[in-house]
Design a protein around this ligand. Sequence first.
Ligand SMILES: [Cu+2]
Length: 459
Amino acid sequence: MDLKSPPSVTTAERHTGPFSAGSALNPGPDLKPLVSDPVKEIRIDATHKIIEIAPGVKYSAWTLGDTVPGPVIRARVGDRIKFSMTNRSDEAAPGIRMTAAPMMHSMDFHAAMVSPTDKYHSIAPGQTIAYEFTLNYPGVFMYHCATPMVLEHIASGMYGMVIVEPRGGYPTRVDREYAIVQSEFYTRPDPQKRKVDNQPLHVLDGERVRSKASTYTVFNGRYNGFVDKPLLAKPGERVRLFVLNAGPSNTSSFHVVGTIFDRVWLDGNPDNQLRGMQTVLLGSSGSAIVEFVVPEAGVYTMVDHHFSNASQGAVGLIEASGKAPVGGMPAGAEHHNIPATAVPSDPEAVQGKLNFESKCLACHTIGGGPKPNLGPDLYGVTGRRDEAWLRRWLKSPDRMLQTDPQAKELLAQWKVPMPNQYLSDEEISQYIAYFRWADQNRQPQSGGLASAAAPAPGR
Ligand SMILES: [Cu+2]
C-alpha cells in the first residue's frame, strides 16, 4: 500500500491541443492491452460540448476528455498515476458555439486514496490542476467531476471508468474484452428553442434530475448503444465485460440474454467472486467484471433488466458469428432497415421513431419484411391507409378488429391480434409523423422492399 501523494498543484497554464492524452487511455468499448509502464501520465480536460444521445437528440453536455463517457483508463495495481486537467469549459467548441456558460469543474478518482480537499477541489476556467497517486486496489472504478451540484455535473456527462488490474493479472484467460458504462440523462427541450444541425437542442431538466425521472438510460453515452454497431464475439469464446454504472441516481440490473455469468467480480476485484449469476446488481458507481462463454452462434442482448431502463435505451448487442438478428428479439433490441444515417429532423417524427424502436419493433419492421407470426412490415402504411383509419387503429386495435372490415381482413391474414397499446393522441400523431417520414425517405434496397411494397400475408 502506497499512500504517498505530494500536494496538488494548480496553475494558470493551459493545456492546448487534444482534450485527453496518455497511452493508458481507451475511447471504449474496445480496450487496448495493458501498457506496462509503471508510471502513467494522464491528461483529461473538462469541456462543454453538444453530444447526440439518440438519433436527433442533441444535448448540451459537460465532459471529461470531450466525450461522454470520458476515456477508459487501464492500469495495474502499483502503477503511479500522474494526472493533470485543464478546465477548458471557456473554449469555443469547434463549429457551433452554443455551450453552457464556463464554470468550475474538478476530478475525483474512486481508484485513488488521497485527500479530497487537496486533490478534488474545483478549478476555474483556464486553470490546470495536477496531482499523482498510486493504485492500491484492483477494480473497476468510477471517476467523475465532484463540483457542486455534483448531481448536475454527473448528469451532464462528467464521468468515466478506471480499470485497475491485479498486480499479477486476472486468474482467467479471455478472448474478448469490452468496457460498458451505463448512465442516465435527464433532458428537456431547450426553453430558448435553439437548434443544432437543424435538430432541437436539449438541456438538463433540473426537476427530473432531482426526482430521478430519467429520459434516457444508455450504454456508453448512446441510446441503444451497440444496437447499430454490435460488439463482436465468436461461438465458444470467453468474453469479459468491464461494467460500470455511473448513475448518477439509478440502479442497473445488468444481464446478457442467452448466457450465464460464469464469474462475477464485484467492483472488479477478483477477491469478490460470485459464480453462475444471471444478473449483477449495480448501484450508482457500482461496477463488476463479468465473464461468460458464448454458447453458440446468435445475437446476445446486453440489457438493464430493470426493463423501464432498457426501454429508455439501456440495450446493446453482442453478435456472435456475424449472422443477422432474427425475429422475436426483445423490444428495442433490433435495428430496422432504414439506413442509420437517415434521421427525421421534425421533432414529432424523431419522437415517433424513438417510441417505435422501444414499443413496436418487437413485431414490426419498416422495410425489413414482415415478421412471421408477429406483425406486418409497416413500410408504405401511410399509402395503404388514410390518417383517420390509422388514428382509429392505433387508438384501439381491439375495437377495430371487431368492427372495421379492413382490420378484420388483416386479422384473417395474421391470425394474431395486435395488442392494444394504450397510446395517447400525442403519441399517435408522433407515430404517424414517423411513418410518413419513413415512406417518403426510404431508399430502395434489396431485401425487404419487395415484400413491403405488396403487403404480404403472414403464415
Ligand atoms: Cu463539473
